[in-house]
Write a protein of this length. Sequence first.
Length: 296
Amino acid sequence: MIRNIHDVHVEAAAAGKPAISIEFFPPKTDDGDRNLFTVTLPELLKIRPAYCSVTYGAGGGTRDKTLSIVERIQKEFDLTAMMHLTCVNATREQLHEVIEDARGRGIRNILALRGDPPGVVGPWVKTEGGFEYSSQLVAYLRELGGFDIGTAGFPEGHIAQTQGKHVDWAHLAEKVRAGADFVVTQLFFDNADYFEFRDYLVQKLGVTVPIIPGLMPVLSRNQTKRFTQMCGARLPEAFLSKLETLGDDDAAVTDFGIEYCSKQIEELLRGGAPGIHFYTLNKPHSTVRVVQNLGL
């Protein structure tokens, strides 16, 4: 049964259980598509995720593929799936077309994002006739109706926010007031950042929607450095030191990533996190191991 993600978290909280979710990106090749549906997704279904999400690509470059993957996951695997939607390279009218296409395909959950510039480089530029801020996209989705709306949160502040994390968090609260039903965070490696972020939103800004931590079990040293440089996430000193010690031994880094992520989750759940959203990178091994380690 396809469900609203906010309801999933409310019911999980009432049952005293965390909601586990997973994220994919649209593969670039036919072989990648086959692997996603015949290997990756079936393997991840072993951990019984509550829902999944599918990214949209920089500049909305995977629009049609995102829609088709989300639709196929829901129809073939009966798993609630959320599509990402960005403001990049799209007018209001073009966004309306995508949204109504999603509605017609039975998609009920959308993660509303401003999005990265094409190629993830250079300044972000508003499309003429489009939206400048993700809060505007959230409000537009709420106006159209019929969707559960997620938005992104940044425990360390958005990399492009030059006025500090508290200003960024205030903008997030605006997105919630505009109609967002839940928040999924950017990846982070220090739980103190999540707890400070959550407590500020709840206690100072009155946010009451689920604030779901997003985590990525690391797979290689260089990949981890590249990702964190792109999104502005901080690598704790002890964590970075361990990565440097392991070097290019990707198998050892993967094992370390599983261990580190497992410990992160234990602390997050003890601290009241409503669930965990895994950035799987379309590789199931680490996510499955972590969930099995914790008995989730």
